[in-house]
Write a protein that binds this ligand. Structure first.
Ligand code: KG4
Ligand code: ZN
Length: 348
């Protein structure tokens, strides 16, 4: 079935970024605007759901208008009417109050401007971040490592995506955020740890790599976080100055996460026979992980792809990309069928 939808206005508000984008044919980004709430949540050391929802309400219309202006120039209202074929929005999973802001804004725009409205699963959005400026061949595996998820997803076609491994407890990004708190670093923890780890050694402290010898493709990061906490407490009790040890502690923690992520991903490729590995999600912005997975896949004669940094952390362009491919599978996208999903489904 050929789709008549080419230009999509997409909206993402599942966590702490208010984002909108204009994406053409699923791979060409005309504009991608992200308003981050990091400065608002930083003093709490994590995202406060009520404050996040409120900030989305304050930002959403300005962010959408900026995305339309950037893509088309002046007169966003007219451009939305004339040049946008459909609207897409993240409908799950995420913080319910935050999702509701994006979904209700999108429903209203779709109703007023009489456009199809395409609901998109956020995790699948991360999978499709690898379609921006690039076309992966099926089948492929995606390691989605973010603040809320650590999933290994096997994609056989635009209509077939299966989670074949997932975290049993904390997500990789969540582990970075908690480790940063233990080390006295700022929120979000991933970028903070990545920065100081550059000056440390990944083998300075022996930290656990859970699940590596188990007969499945799952991850676990809560034991690693506890091991880091105990190590730091022991070092403090023996009179050590923690501040001077932070680069080595951060690098050792980061290396343990990277080793776990790579081990499962390569094992998944071996088991499924899939040769294309994609990396996605906020943790994919980690330069050491990008480098290490690139090296490992090269050594194992596998193909590797990772999006530009701006499309790893939450953004709306990936939602527009996923939505476009959804239109190749399905035709009927009415605003009144779109709501925040109570039970997220990994499908288009
Ligand atoms: O995908 P994302 O923006 O939001 C979710 O869907 O959760 O991911 C955010 C997570 C945070 O936990 C953050 O610490 C982590 O991604 N992150 C990183 C880096 N940049 C963001 N983790 C490791 N290294 C980074 N450079
Ligand atoms: Zn995300």
């Amino acid at each position: 079935m050929t789709s008549k939808i080419h230009t999509i206005l997409s909206i993402e508000t599942s966590c702490d970024e208010t984002a909108a984008a204009v994406v053409i044919d699923g791979h060409k980004v005309s504009s991608s605007v992200v308003s981050s709430q990091i400065p608002i949540h930083q003093r709490f050391g994590g995202v406060v759901p009520e404050i996040a929802a409120r900030a989305h309400v304050e930002q959403i219309l300005t962010v959408i208008e900026s995305a339309l202006n950037e893509a088309f120039g002046k007169n966003p209202q007219q451009k939305l009417q004339d040049s946008v074929d459909a609207i897409a929005v993240t409908s799950s999973p995420g913080l319910v109050g935050s999702l509701l802001v994006g979904v209700n804004t999108a429903r209203t725009l779709a109703r007023v401007f009489d456009k199809p409205l395409i609901p998109v699963n956020h995790t699948l959005g991360h999978v499709y971040s690898n379609f921006i400026g690039h076309t992966p061949n099926f089948p492929f595996l995606t390691l989605v490592a973010s603040g809320g998820h650590t999933d290994l997803i096997l994609s056989k076609s635009h209509g077939s995506h299966q989670v074949i491994g997932r975290t049993r407890d904390d997500a990789a990004g969540e582990a970075f955020d908690k480790a940063a708190q233990i080390l006295g670093l700022s929120y979000p923890g991933g970028p903070a740890i990545g920065k100081v780890a550059v000056n440390g050694s990944g083998s300075a402290y022996p930290l656990p790599r859970a699940m590596m010898h188990q007969d499945n493709l799952d991850f676990s990061f809560s034991g690693l976080k506890t091991a880091l906490l105990i190590l730091v407490e022991d070092l403090k009790a023996s009179g050590k100055n923690i501040e001077s040890l932070v680069p080595n502690l951060a690098a050792s923690f980061q290396q343990a996460v990277i080793d776990s992520l790579i081990d499962r991903t390569i094992k998944a490729a071996r088991i499924t026979g899939v040769e294309q590995i994609n990396l996605a999600g906020g943790v994919a912005a980690n330069l050491a992980l990008r480098d290490a997975l690139e090296q490992k896949t090269k050594a194992d004669h596998l193909q590797f792809h990772v999006p530009n940094l701006e499309y790893c952390t939450d953004n709306a362009a990936m939602i527009g990309a996923a939505a476009y491919y959804a239109t190749l599978e399905k035709r009927d996208f009415n605003w009144y069928n779109v709501n925040v999903e109570r039970e997220p489904k990994l499908c288009l």
